[in-house]
Design a protein around this ligand. Sequence first.
Ligand code: BGC
Length: 749
Amino acid sequence: MKVIKVFFAGLLLLPLTSCVQETTKKGDEAIERKVESILSRMTLEEKIGQMNQISSYGNIGDMSNLIKKGEVGSILNEVDPVRINALQRIAMEESRLGIPLLMARDVIHGFKTIFPIPLGQAASFNPQIVKDGARIAAIEASSVGIRWTFAPMIDIARDPRWGRIAEGCGEDTYLTSVMGAAMVEGFQGDSLNSPTSIAACPKHFVGYGAAEGGRDYNSTFIPERRLRNVYLPPFEAAVKAGATTFMTSFNDNDGVPSTGNTFILKDVLRREWGFDGIVVSDWASASEMINHGFAADSKEVAMKSVNAGVDMEMVSYTFVKELPGLIKEGKVKESTVNDAVRNILRIKYRLGLFDNPYVDEKQHVLYAPSHLEAARQAAVESAILLKNDKDVLPLQASVRTVAVVGPMANAPYEQLGTWVFDGEKARTQTPLSAIREMLGDRVQVIYEPGLAYSREKNPAGVAKAVAAAGRADVILAFVGEESILSGEAHCLADLNLQGDQGTLIAALAKTGKPVVTVVMAGRPLTIGKEVEVSAAVLYAFHPGTMGGPAIADLLWGRAVPSGKTPVTFPKMVGQIPVYYAHNNTGRPATRTETLLNDIPVEAGQTSLGNTSFYMDAGFDPLFPFGYGLSYTTFEYSNVKLSSATLKREDVLTVTFDLENTGRREGTEIAQLYVQDKVGSVTRPVKELKRFTRVTLKPGEKKNVSFELPVSELAFWNIDMARVVEAGDFGLWVAADSQSGEEVFFKVTD
Ligand code: BGC
């Protein structure tokens, strides 16, 4: 039996002064001297100019005057290398101090080669593939001159109505911390001043994913303890991974918009975490503080943002307009402006922009074969097998005719997902094209989409697809959401399949042929009915450029599904928020509750013996967090702890046997959950603390071990201190957040 060890060395708790940082410190000292030297020569206007980010617009002439005057520190949305060089040349040669511009772009899940949406990537539970994806995105983006991306988005999202859930890593603090750090490392590479490195920008700081009702831009109410226990850790992990910039968020939390929030920007980010990079506001989030009713006018906007700790303003132009006056009046100190400019110059130096401001205009790295291959593998690992009755998948050689139906089967633009300004549908490989290419003449493919796009209502089209499907051995139904149905400002109150897609699946199922439903979407959808009538369901999220070949590989068994849900799938919208790491109520659900239809007429009122659940939805979701099937089966056994009693400085070793009990090689994502039984404040019923991907041949058994420093059981307690409280803990090693047998240990003083 082989032994494998998994040890994410204290990702969340590493002190900021690690060896790597010691070595970079020397370089940093030289940079600090250069920063001070430039700063001492800057006029106030030039300083304020560095704090201004504009969006690329019009012709170069429009922008050149501003750049010459030193009124621009960064430009977003310019992606033409020739224009980028031209603008940079103006900054370097025609502005008084020759300070380079920082070119920014939202490179969220790929630049040209589009990877699965981040939520899909999170389903891989594979930080390496996520890091590789970010590296490739950086290589492609930097090859046209972009040196700053506004990613990763690491907002914890527990409400799939919120369209931006697509952009993040789901509901879990630990998973998001690991994945976010991997993205930061991928974007920034080994050395920030390599021309292929781009500055990462963890966003949106902070709490944005908790928008009330899942409506974008909405208020949040996250008390400090929850903020620290749930929403802040991914950002802290990103700082530890070396993130050089941060973006504020649109929401106001408990009445304070993030762009004006001194507590999060100064107390937490700068003082507690020691962040010394750039804080940029989100698009006009500074001036939107007027709409929030937090600032009366643009003057107050500039004052409140800069005093709260924002260094650079994205597009709303109040800094340039108002800061000179505010400084004169003493409402903003010049030293505050100096600090902001230091942060900006420091990152420009670290990126090597002063020495190497231009990009080679003859780049050849876009869509490199290795990039496409990595995107394909990421799409394979992002797909989750939610159901597979009678092993209908993988499709067997006996399947001679398949019907390919549904609006997402051949929708090259839609499968790319949200935030793909630079992705091209012409380069996208759809499931239909991949299936045809893979099968050649071996299998007959009948293509009848039925619906042209996901929202379409077209009974005649549905009837046509159903008739065509009747001629096939197996029906492959590709449904889901068009790209525009998720992402920023694209929230939904109804998470059922749009248009006539539900009708289509129901009608296909009535043919009696096995229906394999493949969902391509930006969020978990309430697909209970479709799951019920389908023989198999593969959830691919928006899988990106190479989604087609990845899905074809999975359907025909050239690849084996391994993804697990990075977010809970609700049965119905009314269950939201539904997430696994909730606190217990005083009356926890037992799953034996009497549901709606079993309640007698004229039943007398009683709360006795009742629990926290919905009469119409029960307690459980459609699929819990961490859930996903394979083409093989796995068995967990023999869970052992290195000790049942530990001290705070100890490391707990958890070992277990994992066996592939099926007939195919497959990869299982084993998960370790912990519950702190009694705390000075109530604690979640389970929290993910470790996970690992284990690949096993049929019949193979491995002894796997997780190392968990007890220090990682710390949480922000009643005294608002991060401590490990002594007491009893439960622990599960399991295939998902709802299974596994509990074992116990104790932490003692
Ligand atoms: C979004 C950010 C994005 C920025 C720049 C905003 O609307 O909230 O996530 O980075 O625009 O495009």
